[in-house]
Design a protein around this ligand. Structure first.
Ligand SMILES: [Zn+2]
Length: 56
């Protein structure tokens, strides 16, 4: 009998886990994902925008 679920390795790869912490910089196209709130780009210092769209 097979008792091993095939979907087990999907738990480690989850790109949309932190949906609120996805930012992109207009100036240098720098992208970062973080759980913290970021307002400025760590690369060039310009404002970044949150490109994650929260569902309401
Ligand atoms: Zn930047």
């Amino acid at each position: 009998m097979w008792n091993t679920p095939m979907s087990r390795n999907l738990t480690t790869i989850d790109p949309y886990r932190a949906s609120t912490g996805y930012y992109e910089c207009h100036t240098c196209s720098f992208r970062l994902t973080t759980d913290e709130r970021v307002h400025t780009c760590p690369e060039c210092g310009d404002p970044v925008r949150n490109i994650a769209v929260p569902r309401e």
